[in-house]
Write a protein that binds this ligand. Structure first.
Ligand code: MTE
Ligand code: MO
Length: 170
């Protein structure tokens, strides 16, 4: 009897501690080399029309299939950042800037200014607002970023985005 109680206790502990708490964010900040910082919340995201995105196989950094994100809807990041003013008045020099996307767990991904605003990558870089019928407020990986044109889609699939820092190359 004692043994089975102990076993029950151990199994319960393992299952409780085994459930990793999924981190989410409800807003992200755009900071760094900008004239005015921005904070974009779930509420702000509601103001933009979401586009349908075709089902996206997520592959890890080795190219192995992880799972397929289905029935995605999203807003292009470049549309959200349309009015962002960078600390540089010469358009030519905007090519010196890059954006560091950081998640709550400090996972970081870099995009250059040109990738976002001057290449087809920017036409495939989304903030996801709905996944598989689940709205953003109920998604366990919100605020989620995807880049649907990437070869290995896992790399720039950023869960729980907390900030985007605009930096200039040294
Ligand atoms: N916030 C955050 N996002 C992340 C990661 C991470 O560690 N933290 N890992 C990335 C990696 S390496 C992969 S392959 C994809 C898919 O991982 P998943 O199956 O854990 O979602 O998410 C990416 N997004
Ligand atoms: Mo990965």
């Amino acid at each position: 009897m004692k043994k089975s109680i102990l076993l029950f206790f151990v199994i319960t502990c393992i299952s409780i501690f085994g459930q990793e708490k999924k981190s989410t964010t409800t807003e992200f900040r755009v900071i760094g080399q900008v004239k005015k910082e921005l904070t974009i919340s779930l509420h702000d995201l509601e103001k933009y029309p979401a586009q349908n995105i075709k089902d996206l196989p997520i592959t890890n950094h080795l190219g192995e299939a992880r799972y397929t994100a289905k029935n995605l809807k999203g807003i292009l990041l470049k549309d959200l950042l349309k009015d962002l003013q960078i600390n540089e008045d010469s358009p030519k020099k905007l090519s010196e800037f890059y954006f560091v996307f950081t998640a709550v767990d400090q996972y970081k991904v870099v995009f250059s200014w040109n990738e976002i605003f001057n290449s087809s990558t920017g036409d495939h870089l989304y903030v996801i607002t709905e996944k598989d019928g689940t709205k953003i407020k109920d998604m366990d990986d919100r605020i989620l970023i995807v880049t649907t044109s990437d070869f290995k889609t896992g790399r720039r699939h950023i869960k729980a985005l907390s900030k985007i820092e605009v930096r200039r190359v040294q």
